[in-house]
Design a protein around this ligand. Structure first.
Ligand SMILES: [Zn+2]
Length: 233
């Protein structure tokens, strides 16, 4: 009898926890909902399926929203967009990428903000400061978008830039490879300015950069900001 009461108590406790998690769960995003598909390609699964910079897509769910940061082939890839695009997918990108694509496209520049399918999206600048691959006058971008109450920042191809001090993000997806974008050391400074709860390195293992850059980034932030190195899916 006693056992039965204990079991009933545990069961009711579990049900209570489940109900609370369900009611308040929408306020957080689970790391398992963030999938790294290599380079700058992420699939974020919530009420919407959101892709960033689809590139070398092997398989995948269809996208509700596709965010593309600039027109370079490893970010704005028409063949890869086709693999995840459906009739009502909304693509948000810069005008120079938009001309390569078709469908429901919203063109943006730094400073814009918009809401797509209930997802708030802020468009932020992305540019080089010590190289010429992504000059500021191109008006290429990064995005801060809100999923389940969490602000996710995808940096695009950028160096460490002063505007980052003003960015507010819970999760920051930052390039770490150097060459075309900031180095791991520069990305550490960027992360410290942005001060997210979680930083995730990207832009390595594909065109340039290696796991070593991701590890260097994580080591640089140790004890200061939690870094998650995702497995490429
Ligand atoms: Zn680029």
């Amino acid at each position: 009898m006693k056992k039965l009461i204990v079991r009933a108590f545990i069961l009711s406790l579990l049900i209570t926890i489940c109900c609370f998690a369900h009611a308040f769960g929408k306020e957080t995003i689970d790391m398992k909902d963030i999938h790294w598909l290599g380079h700058d390609t992420f699939k974020i699964v919530g009420e919407n399926i959101i892709y960033t910079d689809p590139f070398k897509i092997k398989k995948g769910d269809l996208a509700d929203i596709i965010l593309i940061t600039h027109e370079h082939h490893d970010h704005c890839s028409p063949d890869d967009v086709k693999k995840i695009q459906k009739n009502n997918s909304v693509i948000v990108t810069t005008p120079d990428c938009a001309v390569k694509l078709s469908g429901n496209i919203k063109t943006v520049k730094p400073g814009d903000s918009l809401t797509v399918n209930g997802i708030e999206i802020e468009v932020v600048p992305a540019y080089n400061t010590n190289k010429q691959f992504h000059t500021k006058n191109r008006n290429w971008v990064g995005y801060i978008f809100t999923v389940n109450g969490q602000r996710i920042y995808i940096a695009g191809d950028t160096d460490y830039i002063p505007e980052m001090k003003t960015f507010k993000a819970d999760i920051a997806l930052l390039p770490v490879s150097g060459t075309y974008v900031m180095t791991a050391d520069e990305a550490v400074r960027a992360a410290l300015d942005i001060n997210p709860k979680i930083a995730i390195p990207m832009h390595y293992n594909s065109i340039v950069g290696s796991e070593k850059d991701a590890e260097k980034f994580a080591a640089g932030l140790k004890g200061r900001i939690e870094v998650k190195i995702l497995k490429e899916e």
